[in-house]
Ligand binder design. Structure first.
Ligand code: MN
Length: 211
């Protein structure tokens, strides 16, 4: 096969370092089993079409995974759903791990802070609107802070493993509201997980993405 398979990167920190907000067992399962399965299933799907990358004129780097879901209609129908779910899962989780860090949380600074205040009124109005969108996502999905096509901040929610880039938005920050992200510790209390999660948000990384 001409294309190098996608790979699962290690977490940028230890499994237990987001305690007490996200527990070690959840982090292990979430990264080593769930994210690993998305990467593996994506590789299995694209292996069936060895010419896919040259046909779609995609690069050979890991970043080509985004082009797969942006150009989903050009992906062969036989693997389109698998690519949508698993490439999406790979992208979303890669972004998610980088958006968190031990000893983080707090509030953003600089341009992002200004833009959040301008758009949502205040940081606390922003987080409560974000949490609300996360609670209201029926079933499994994600809640996002995005930069829209018009260059404005907005909060959106996507089902399953869909990513805002499928709608032309740039994701700045995303939280996973699948039950596998919180159920071991928070049980059915998704709202509690959403609130606690702000304690592990890596604003330095999020600000970089915003620039
Ligand atoms: Mn997940």
């Amino acid at each position: 096969m001409e294309k190098k398979l996608y790979i699962l990167s290690d977490l940028p920190y230890d499994y237990n370092t987001l305690e007490p907000y996200i527990d070690e067992e959840t982090m292990k399962l979430h990264h080593d089993k769930h994210h690993a399965a998305y990467v593996n299933n994506l590789n299995v799907a694209i292996e069936k079409f060895p010419d896919l990358f040259s046909t779609l004129r995609l690069g050979s780097g890991q970043e080509s995974v985004e082009e797969l879901i942006i150009n989903l209609n050009d992906v062969p129908e036989e693997i389109r759903t698998a690519v949508r779910n698993n490439a999406g899962g790979h992208i979303n989780h890669s972004l998610f791990w980088q958006s968190m860090a031990p000893n983080s949380g707090g509030e953003p600074s600089g341009n992002l802070a200004e833009e959040i205040n301008k758009t949502f009124g205040s940081f606390s109005e922003f987080t409560s609107k974000f949490n609300d969108a996360g609670v209201k996502r029926f079933g499994s999905g994600w809640v996002w802070l995005v930069l829209t096509k018009d260059g404005k901040l907005d909060i959106v929610s996507t089902p399953n493993q869909d990513n805002p880039i499928m709608d032309g938005h740039k994701p700045i920050l995303g939280n996973d509201v699948w039950e596998h992200a919180y159920y071991l510790k928070y049980k059915n209390m998704r709202a509690d997980y959403l609130k606690a999660w702000w304690n592990v948000v890596n604003w330095q990384e999020v600000e970089k993405r915003f620039k």
